[in-house]
Design a protein around this ligand. Structure first.
Ligand code: TYR
Length: 517
């Protein structure tokens, strides 16, 4: 990412991109820029020129002069070749379900552009320019989210990108769904007529699942840190045993992510001399084993990010057009197996955070376990305490969100179906895995939003009742209390907490809380 004063840019030139860059584009925090360098343009256009040459000289190219997939033995007569791309996106116009969000759609466009910029798809430079322009002007196709098996590429979702480029179907425009042709007219744009291989090149890859996966990885990174911070708050609120996070303890179990998480929590908690033999009770697992739970996610983020970014920076298409070596290579690079596995794994690791924090909240609200805090963490005192129920309903709701998140962890990649006349007889289901992962993240964010409010309220109660002094808190926790206090009010009298929860979820989206480096 390049910082040009106030505008950040992400440059598409075939060099590797990161999930973070895709997220910045998706959030409109950075602008997409396509390399205009002559060598890059030439390299891209050489692919399209090579295809033309082969077509002229040999007369047959799969997906250009033939039907698609199992229909590849059907020859298309010369005079109909130019209508083939239109047919491809037209018969794939059968997507169902809610459309992808704007953020998701931008990520999908960015992922497809990144793949085509590898220069192995045989498309013209003007097509890359057009995708980049859609991103820059935020003219986003309306893409239904369901209907991809994720192994012939995300054919159906990406058909909506191909169709829009030719001026068909719908775009999001100023918050509304509008006919693409109408929007192009308003914007002074001509539709781009696709060349014979170009619709296939737009559609025959993993961009829908990969775009979603980039967003998922970035969300999950923040949640790992947030769960550690909630654990620190709950440990203080519940008067937990700080030595559960001791560096020597963790030095003998060398999972680096787990060690990092233990280190974060340890640094958040009070510095004391380690006792020779602790007289304090061992806390329940949701506190004591927090690094072991969060650590699984933290350790997984390494391979998950590698899988996602390798896919992002790949030519996920078929056939692969190698203009330099003068080959048309047939393969299965539209197969999204790595994304499927990464998203199935990530959603399980992330859902475990909800389960962990759900248990921490359950302890915090329950006078049987919370070491003297008021029932349901209500701040009400005197007679008013009898009618106030504090976080009781939030804790119940957390149970529901957690159950739903855990239910969403069923792996998608094991549900391969043989399809398309058994040509696609093994498929990845990576797009379902990525969509599930996004949904699980949403639910886990709700649980962690509640966890922050509960942890904060618990510590505030200890401070109010002088069972704890500000000076006993490490700077990181003091700063966290201060940041939280700027957006949330202590729960004295019962109030509907929906608005607070929405605000806390928004804080998670904007990465409001300063966490660990
Ligand atoms: N993904 C197939 C192409 C294909 C395209 C559209 C289809 O409907 C089916 C198959 C391949 O490259 O072999």
């Amino acid at each position: 990412m390049t910082d040009l004063g106030s505008i950040k840019t992400v440059r598409f030139d075939g060099a590797p991109l990161t999930a973070t860059e895709v997220e910045a584009l998706a959030r409109r925090e950075a602008l997409a820029v396509l390399s205009g360098e002559i060598e890059f343009r030439q390299r891209i256009d050489a692919g399209a020129a090579f295809l033309e040459q082969v077509w002229r000289e040999d007369g047959v190219i799969y997906g250009v002069t033939t039907g698609y997939g199992d229909s590849c033995s059907v020859n298309v007569p010369q005079e109909l070749v130019h209508s083939l791309p239109r047919h491809l996106y037209t018969f794939h116009g059968c997507g169902m379900g809610a459309p992808f969000s704007l953020e998701e759609t931008r990520a999908i466009l960015a992922a497809r552009l990144a793949s085509l910029c590898q220069g192995y798809s045989g498309v013209r430079y003007v097509l890359l320019e057009r995708i980049c322009l859609l991103l820059q002007r935020d003219l986003l196709p309306v893409i239904p989210s369901e209907g991809s098996v994720g192994a012939s590429g995300d054919l159906t979702p990406l058909s909506y990108l191909a169709a829009v480029i030719e001026g068909h179907r719908e775009l999001w425009y100023k918050g509304e769904r509008r006919a693409a042709a109408e929007v192009f007219e308003l914007e002074g744009l001509e539709p781009l007529v696709l060349q014979p291989k170009e619709a296939l090149a737009l559609m025959n890859g993993t961009a829908a699942m990969t775009g979603l996966a980039c967003l998922a990885v970035c969300r999950a990174r923040y949640l790992a840190q947030l769960a550690a911070r909630i654990t620190s708050l709950c440990s203080v609120a519940l008067e937990g045993n700080h030595f559960h996070f001791d560096p020597v303890l963790f030095s003998v179990k060398p999972h680096p992510g787990q060690q990092a998480v233990a280190g974060w929590i340890h640094d958040d908690l009070k510095e004391e001399e380690v006792p020779r033999n602790s007289s304090r009770l061992q806390d329940r697992y949701s506190l004591r084993c927090a690094p072991h739970v969060i650590g699984v996610l933290q350790d997984s983020l390494g391979y998950v990010t590698d899988f996602v970014e390798n896919e992002l920076n790949s030519a996920n298409d078929n056939p692969i057009i190698d203009a330099e070596g003068a080959h048309i290579l047939h393969g299965g690079h539209f197969y999204g197996g790595h994304i499927a596995h990464a998203m199935d794994g990530l959603k399980s690791a992330v859902a475990n955070l909800a389960d962990l924090v759900d248990r921490q909240i359950a302890q915090a609200v329950d006078p049987k376990f919370n070491h003297g805090l008021p029932a349901n963490l209500s701040g009400a005192t005197g007679a008013a305490a009898s009618v106030n129920h504090g976080f009781k309903a939030v804790q119940i709701a957390v149970s529901a969100w957690t159950a739903e998140a855990l239910k969403g962890t069923m792996p998608a990649s094991v549900f391969s179906r043989s399809t398309e006349c058994h040509n696609q007889d093994k498929v990845s289901m990576g797009t379902i895995a990525a969509r599930d992962c996004q949904r699980v993240l949403e639910l886990v964010e709700q649980v962690l939003a509640a966890g922050m409010l509960v942890g904060w309220q618990g510590v505030q109660l200890r401070l109010r009742d002088s069972e704890l002094a500000e000076r006993d808190l490490r700077p990181s926790l003091r700063k966290c209390l201060e940041q939280t206090g700027m957006r949330f009010e202590f729960l004295q009298e019962d109030r509907p907490l929906e608005a607070d929860l929405h605000r806390a979820v928004a804080c998670i989206h904007e990465r409001y809380w300063t966490l660990y480096d």
